[in-house]
Design a protein around this ligand. Structure first.
Ligand code: NAD
Length: 309
């Protein structure tokens, strides 16, 4: 299994580390328009590899080096500076995707390659990449709200004093400020959230739920304020997504692909079954009327942003 990572800044390096540590790939190639940066990352990661799985890691200085890749991860482009939203990156990163995707597609097998998008604003970049690559939407996958869902699971699990592994909860819609916490579909040990709280005599008040939502929505801003960028969480999320693809695990992940019909076509995150051929099935989650309305609003925001590039 050969994978390519395009854009080897904070995120691309963290992705490379996390992917290398899965032991599932035999070759990782790194490309960055800053070739010295890609070479340095390949050198450093290559040294790290001697302590773990035997993975061949190299920097390439043109897109011919991407040939033979089964999966291409795009993590290039500007990141948020303190105070910036993901949407502020729209025009700049649209140019980055327009630059990268045709060059990648000229060097991979369109019948089997899977593109994984990480660049923000994520959902619009998925729409753009899919329209340029002309691949089936199921094989142009954005990490979407995987990270937001992980943040929700972590925060909720601390309030409920259970392991995050026992919490099933999803953040849906845009990977951005309009994302929707789907309280209606939360289950813990097979129980609904309300049942679990009743049985454990640990009620979650409305204000606690609001605090949890606030923390989920603002997690990236907090991390960027403290360490300049976010990278470890997204690195782990990409490795998790890759595992489901490479092992054909059929895991249910909140990834973003282009879907919908008529005037409702948009990329956004919903719970989707992911396997060797990319997204296999999209699930319709249980939602309240307010949550469904918020999800529709989120879709409209993504469409509007897409129409501006
Ligand atoms: P960074 O500035 O550290 O690295 C970006 C890299 O992209 C740089 O090395 C730059 O040289 C390279 N690059 C820019 N344009 C390029 C091009 N046309 N071709 C090849 N390489 C190019 O930024 P980062 O912190 O690594 O963030 C990268 C992206 O990931 C940002 O858009 C950020 O917002 C996004 N991100 C997404 C998530 C998520 O959950 N989806 C999480 C964190 C960050």
């Amino acid at each position: 299994m050969k994978i390519a990572i395009i854009g080897v800044g904070s995120v691309g390096s963290a992705v490379a580390t996390a992917v290398k540590n899965t032991g599932l790939v035999h070759e990782i190639v790194l490309f960055d328009r800053d070739s010295a940066r890609a070479r340095a990352a390949a050198e450093d990661l290559g040294h790290a590899a001697t302590f773990g799985f035997d993975v061949k890691i190299s920097a390439v200085n043109n897109y011919r080096g991407v040939r033979g890749s089964d999966i291409v991860i795009i993590s290039a482009g500007a990141n948020q500076k303190p105070g910036q939203t993901r949407t502020d990156l729209l025009q700049n990163n649209a140019e980055v995707i327009r630059d990268i995707v045709p060059k990648v597609m000229a060097n991979v097998d369109p019948k089997r390659v899977i593109l994984i998008l990480v660049t923000n604003p994520l959902d619009v970049m998925v729409m753009l990449a899919q329209s340029i690559a002309k691949l089936p939407p199921a094989r142009v996958i954005g990490t979407g709200t995987m990270l937001d869902s992980a943040r929700l699971r972590t925060i909720l699990s601390r309030y409920l004093s259970v392991s995050p592994q026992s919490v099933h909860s999803y953040v849906l819609g845009e990977h951005g400020d309009s994302s929707v916490v789907d309280w209606s579909s939360v289950t813990i040990g097979g129980l609904s959230l309300d049942d679990f709280c009743k049985q454990t005599k640990n009620p979650l008040s409305v204000s606690t739920r609001n605090t949890i939502e606030y923390r989920v929505h603002n997690a990236a801003y907090e991390i960027i304020r403290g360490r300049g960028a976010t990278w470890d969480g997204i690195g782990a999320a990409v490795a998790d997504l890759l595992r489901s693809i490479i092992n054909d695990e059929h895991r249910i992940l909140t990834v973003s692909i282009v879907s919908g019909t008529g005037s409702n076509i948009s990329a956004m995150s919903l719970p989707r079954v992911v396997g060797a051929n990319g997204v296999l099935v999209t699930l319709k989650p249980k939602m309240s009327v307010a949550e469904s309305n918020a999800l529709r609003r989120s879709g409209r925001i993504i469409q509007k942003n897409f129409s501006h590039i």
